[in-house]
Design a protein around this ligand. Structure first.
Ligand code: NZQ
Ligand code: ZN
Length: 385
């Protein structure tokens, strides 16, 4: 196992009705800005629950954070933060809103000239406003990690700081009942690929991390399709298991002490930036091709994945790996997400553009061995056709 340090201070409040804890968890004298997206929280009752919980607080609101939040939108929040002396943010929404709140929190306290430098120059965040998250879409793990992805002019760029990790997160599975099938699928697939990015590398004998990962993968494989099935889609137990899996997938636990890949994400970001493909759908397109192209480097873990996650025990090594990749594709198809570029109307003539964007964003040495060069990314994209 590799050396690691691990601390996850996010205080999780899990279960139905938990939004009410904001009343006592948010400091009474805070000047709060509630940030949210396009309005789903108004139609599903979540906004009302937040308003009720904050009835004795001083609070303001900022809305309009879009999926794949943009720098321009997020910077608009600075005006109200300055004018109303905001000192506490509550993000109410999916990963985009929580990620957006993280950038807003860091930008509000940034002392340099241009907050965009936090992202483009990866300037360290030295201070940030405190954040609470009320999660409405289980997917990204953003509610209990320090990561954020911000888009500007078609470039999707991540930044990370422990100072923007939410202090508390409310996870109420019942608020996910209003999600569309597409967003449920996206969430399950995003969480699945987060686990894969931290698991499917090379063996360092991280038995705890591996078995946690395998358990989470199996939970998503079992529960994901049930959340789309008309017979069980409103079952709160299913929603709860998906929600907790998605948080555990990217709260730092399973990735501590093991190598990590993240190339599926970095290549996927270019599909979103250039063609607007939903984040999770970019991953379901890239991952099967990446597994094929990297099968030698990932051989041992692919075989472990085949055996322990999919119970594939028959056939020689290559046959078992092929079957595991096929099972992954079939799972994605059950979750109704695309598994090839052509499924998303992207063709071979677009690959130069995507590789060019990877180069422009410095994504030239990806993967757990830093050996996914632009040429290897091209090979993966060609395989994904
Ligand atoms: O904006 P509203 O009206 O709220 O609608 C949202 C949005 O249109 C809707 N939605 C959310 N909760 C709902 C709901 N609709 C009905 N009922 C509910 N309960 O869903 C749509 C998508 O929301 P979004 O927040 O964009 O989805 P997701 O949670 O998948 O977040 C994706 C973003 O997270 C980033 C992605 O790059 C992308 O920008 N990621 C962040 C990560 C992190 N911070 O660690 C890791 C991930 O890999 C990912 O990159
Ligand atoms: Zn993701």
């Amino acid at each position: 196992m590799l050396n690691f340090n691990f601390q996850n201070p996010t205080h999780i409040h899990f279960g139905e009705g938990q939004i009410s804890v904001l009343a006592k968890e948010v400091p009474a004298d805070a000047r709060v800005l509630v940030v949210y997206g396009g309005g789903s929280i108004k139609s599903n009752g979540v906004f009302q629950q937040v308003s009720d919980a904050l009835k004795n607080h001083t609070w303001f609101e900022f809305s309009g954070i879009e999926p794949n939040p943009t720098y321009d939108t997020l910077m608009k929040a600075q005006e109200i933060i300055q004018a109303e002396k905001i000192d506490y943010l509550i993000a109410v929404g999916g990963g985009s809103v929580v990620d957006g709140a993280k950038f807003i929190a860091a930008a509000a306290k940034y002392e340099g000239d241009d907050p965009w430098d936090i992202i483009v120059k990866q300037q360290p965040v030295k201070q940030a406003l405190p954040i609470a998250a009320v999660l409405t879409l289980p997917a990204t793990g953003s509610e209990s990690n320090g990561n954020s992805v911000v888009t500007r002019n078609g470039s999707k760029i991540p930044f990370s700081s422990p100072l923007v990790r939410p202090l508390l997160a409310v996870l109420d599975p019942s608020v996910t009942l209003s999600l569309s099938e597409r967003q449920i699928s996206n969430g399950v697939v995003d969480a699945f690929v987060h686990i894969i990015e931290q698991y499917l590398t090379y063996n360092v004998n991280g038995k705890v991390q591996d078995r946690f990962s395998e358990g989470l993968l199996q939970t998503l494989i079992e529960e994901g399709p049930k959340a789309l099935d008309p017979a069980s889609k409103d079952d709160l137990e299913i929603r709860a298991n998906i929600m907790w899996s998605a948080t555990m997938a990217l709260n730092g636990l399973i990735g501590a002490g093991v190598p990590q890949d993240w190339s599926t994400h970095m290549i996927g970001h270019e599909l979103t930036g250039a063609f607007g493909v939903d984040h999770a759908r970019s991953l379901s397109i890239v991952l099967p091709a990446l597994m094929q192209v990297r099968r030698e480097q990932k051989r041992e873990k692919l075989l472990q994945y085949a055996e322990r996650v999919w119970h594939i025990n028959e056939g020689d090594d290559n046959t078992r790996i092929d079957k595991a990749i096929q099972c992954t594709i079939e799972f994605f198809k059950k979750m109704q997400v695309p598994t090839s570029l052509s499924d998303a109307d992207i063709s071979s003539k677009d690959i130069d553009l995507l590789v060019g964007r990877l180069e422009q964003h410095g994504m030239t040495a990806l993967g757990e061995h830093n050996d996914i060069s632009l040429e290897v990314s091209r090979e993966i994209l060609l395989k994904a056709l």
